[in-house]
Ligand binder design. Structure first.
Ligand code: AMP
Length: 402
């Protein structure tokens, strides 16, 4: 059974064709700079295998439709092809960032669903409009192929009101839908389920804190397989410190800075989303560069790293209190999977909570799910590579009963 997974951004989209019979990736890639004078297409055949082949094209792609039709051609072409014809694609799974309160689980896409996703755009202005476009294009190109929307927010739909409401006038929730939605849900759900499996536990009775640490980062508290709290909020700006995003700050900073500098709302929003976090504090936003700078004694890089670890440690403590008992702490995504220094820095001083890392295990690099806590650590600390595409493909099959 072949499932095509599509993740659309405003000027780019990522795709992956999965063979769900053996969970292998037939091809994956990315089309970028759609609409610009020069665009680029990357297409990897059998990625990650011994016979991986990479094809790239530099040429303009006027819109998502032209990029997607080129990818569809390549899927069946003699040299690049991985399937005989497009009819082999059983279904399309689309990542959609914001499902609001309307979609608390993945759903088969029809005209009504598409309309609701479009109407949710004010809550995700950068994300939902390109998803709508990508869905329309792929449905045109694959008219007989059912499509499913898998929402970033759906895993967090189980949060209780005490966790998702903000202490501001209730009318802001009723009239403007201001509440915590949470993001990275597909990843949090995937690694939480995997953690239970790795520990041979049922999800019922299993409490886990999941740390998705990448360019964007978020932490979730999961009880019985259900999210009970998460660090991102109305938007993915909230929570822990990130690559270019501030995470939680005193909201009064905004009116204060507006008064002091004359900056407008759009400028302030851009500052918090694009010029803050690691980039704002030390001028770099890739963790590898930050470690290199720390090695050379860069005080701002050291400060930024300490702030990052501190902000995550605080969430771990908070979610420990929310859950009451924690069976596992999971690290995933670019930093969580690859950066032993960050994992060690975050867990430093958490021994009192029963979280003790084994330095030798932590230092091992691997693409496999693994335990990095010491024997006897009350909380099992795990590194679990996330796989949002597989999770989207699995949801797609479940919704369609495939
Ligand atoms: P993601 O958003 O999950 O793709 O994560 C991207 C981020 O992961 C990058 O910006 C880096 O900061 C971080 N990262 C990736 N590889 C490594 C590595 N080997 N060591 C430290 N950080 C890494």
């Amino acid at each position: 059974m072949k499932i095509l997974v599509i993740n659309c951004g405003s000027s780019s989209f990522k795709y992956q064709l999965l063979n769900m019979d053996d969970r292998s990736v037939l091809c994956s890639g990315l089309v970028e700079r759609i609409g610009a004078d020069m665009g680029s297409l990357t297409y990897k055949k059998a990625p990650g295998s011994d016979v991986e082949r990479k094809f790239t094209e530099q040429r303009p792609f006027a819109d998502h439709a032209s990029g997607m039709s080129r990818v569809m051609e390549m899927l069946c072409a003699p040299e690049t092809g991985v399937i005989g014809s497009l009819s082999e694609i059983a279904a399309c799974g689309h990542r959609v960032v914001q499902g609001g309160e309307e979609f608390t689980s993945s759903v088969r896409i029809d005209a009504h669903v598409l309309d609701v996703i479009r109407k949710l755009s004010p809550l995700a202005p950068l994300h939902n409009p390109p998803s709508v476009q990508g869905i329309e294009v792929s449905m045109n190109l694959l008219p007989n192929c059912p499509s499913v929307a898998v929402f970033d927010t759906e895993f967090h739909a189980s949060m209780p009101p005490s966790a998702f409401m903000y202490p501001i006038p209730y009318a802001m929730y009723e009239e403007h839908r201001v509440r915590r939605y949470g993001f990275h849900g597909t990843s949090h759900g995937y690694v939480a389920r995997k953690a239970a499996k790795v520990m041979s536990r049922q999800e019922t009775g299993f409490n886990v804190i999941t740390c998705h640490l990448g360019n964007g980062s978020s932490i979730s508290a999961v009880r019985d397989g259900k999210c009970v709290d998460t660090s991102m909020g109305l938007t993915p700006l909230a929570g822990v410190m990130m690559g270019t995003r501030s995470g939680d700050v005193d909201p009064a900073i905004l009116p204060y800075l507006a008064g002091q500098t004359g900056m407008g709302m759009a400028e302030l929003d851009s500052m918090l989303n694009r010029q803050s976090g690691f980039l704002g504090v030390c001028g770099m936003n890739d963790m590898r560069d930050i470690h290199a700078a720390r090695e050379k004694g860069d005080a701002k890089a050291e400060l930024a790293f300490a702030m990052f670890c501190h902000s995550i440690r605080k969430y771990i403590g908070a979610y420990y209190a929310v859950l009451g008992r924690v069976d596992a702490l999971v690290f995933t995504a670019g930093i969580g999977e690859n950066d032993d220094l960050a994992r060690a820095g975050i867990c430093e001083g958490l021994e009192g909570l029963g979280i003790t890392i084994d330095p030798a295990r932590n230092a091992i690099r691997s693409g496999e799910a693994r335990k990095i806590s010491q024997q006897g650590s009350r909380v099992r600390v795990l590194v679990i590579p996330t796989n949002e595409e597989i999770a989207i493909a699995e949801s797609t099959m479940k919704v369609l009963g495939l």
